[in-house]
Ligand binder design. Structure first.
Ligand code: TYM
Length: 342
């Protein structure tokens, strides 16, 4: 095995990804990320985390962060992530993330961080709290990925800029010190990579949207989910057609993408099924399809979330594995930059 690679399975490539426990997870999080993670378990060595260190870049209620960390884990499990196959852990339980984050801070330029769209958006939204952590957020994210020598990072489109900067940082470090980090690639799902708001389909569906009608929470009741989809903003044209990039069709495109992501059918084939039909029929079928997708996950979630001891045990086992897997990278990095090894 390559000296530089940290792997828990020599043949399989490594996947790393995670979600922040900062709000109720949305259909966007599920279709853009978690749904793919489940499939990737078959062919890759997967590591999935609850990214709590990232959440405090924005003010949080501590009890909510704690509760949501377990909720996110229960949702991973209910979606089909198998703790025997994949490593599941809480980011803050592995101190190597913060340690590597600091080292990489010293190899990242202010100018690159200033260009990050998420930083610009979040600092506009939280003008009273533009903290240094919000600014260096992408560096911590790079550390998350590089610690495990991940080959692929399955995320939604909004995170691709962060994957790019992670690659730049890794390449810069490797150019100085040799082949220390694997250069990761982002993996996008075909149709779920950018699920849009149901009320303003030009913007991303987000768990922090102040209008709950704009997003579907994985925690919503089934009748609420159906109602939100039936109330989704479309247009007055009355034609069900997929026209990518046409702002007038943003609402219909989004519903077609959602339908495609939950059924696996192509967007144009779905649109063809509705030729001559109205938005009412279409929305009602999208609502049914989404409810049928979420219902079994919710049933499983409701069962798992009650078993705190089971969840704790997964976190304990996962943290131990994560520390072990990342310690090799950490030792190597410290050695390369000149820190004394005792
Ligand atoms: P977060 O918690 O905002 O979102 C988790 C995942 O869900 C995807 N996503 C979406 N996909 C499609 N449509 C949407 N509307 C939508 N909204 C969210 C996100 O792209 C993401 O894949 N910075 C990350 C967390 C993180 C991370 C990492 C991810 C920290 N370190 C290392 C991967 C690797 C974030 O805030 O995701």
């Amino acid at each position: 095995m390559d000296e530089n690679k940290t792997s828990n399975n020599e043949e399989k490539k490594i996947i790393f990804s995670g979600v922040q426990p900062s709000g109720n997870l949305t259909l966007g999080n599920y279709l853009g990320a978690i749904k793919n993670w489940v499939e990737l378990q078959k062919d890759y060595s997967c590591i999935y985390a609850m990214m709590d260190l990232h959440t405090i870049t924005v003010r949080q209620t501590p009890a909510d962060v704690r509760r949501r960390t377990f909720e996110v884990l229960a949702l991973y499990l209910a979606s089909g992530i198998d703790p025997k196959e994949s490593v599941l852990f809480i980011q803050s339980q592995n101190p190597n993330h913060a340690e590597l984050g600091w080292v990489l801070d010293c190899y990242t330029y202010m100018g690159e961080l200033q260009r990050m769209t998420q930083f610009k958006d979040k600092s506009a939204k939280h003008a009273e709290n533009i903290n240094a952590g919000l600014f260096t957020y992408p560096v911590l994210m790079a550390a998350d990925i590089l610690l495990y020598q991940a080959d692929y990072v399955p995320v939604g489109k909004d995170q691709m800029q962060h994957i790019e900067i992670c690659r730049d940082i890794a390449q810069r470090f490797n150019a100085l010190y040799g082949d220390v980090f694997t250069i990761p690639e982002g993996l996008l799902s075909k149709t779920g990579a950018k699920i849009m708001s149901l009320q303003e389909p030009q913007s991303k569906m987000s768990k922090s949207d102040p209008n709950p009608k704009a997003y579907i929470s994985m925690m919503d009741d089934m009748n609420v989910i159906a109602k939100k989809i039936k109330g989704a903003v479309t247009d007055s044209e009355g034609v069900i057609e997929y026209r990518e990039g046409d702002p007038a069709k943003a609402g219909v495109n989004n519903l077609l993408n959602i339908m495609s992501a939950v059924t696996g059918k192509n967007v144009n084939d779905i649109a063809a099924d509705y030729s001559g039909k109205g938005y009412g029929d279409f929305k009602s079928d999208v609502a049914d399809a989404v409810v049928e997708c979420i219902r079994p996950i919710r049933e499983e979630y409701d069962r798992i979330i009650k078993d705190k001891e089971y969840l704790m045990q997964i976190c304990r086992d996962g943290a131990e594995k994560a520390r072990y897997l990342s310690s090799r990278t950490m030792r190597k990095v410290y050695k390369k930059v000149g820190f004394v090894q005792l």
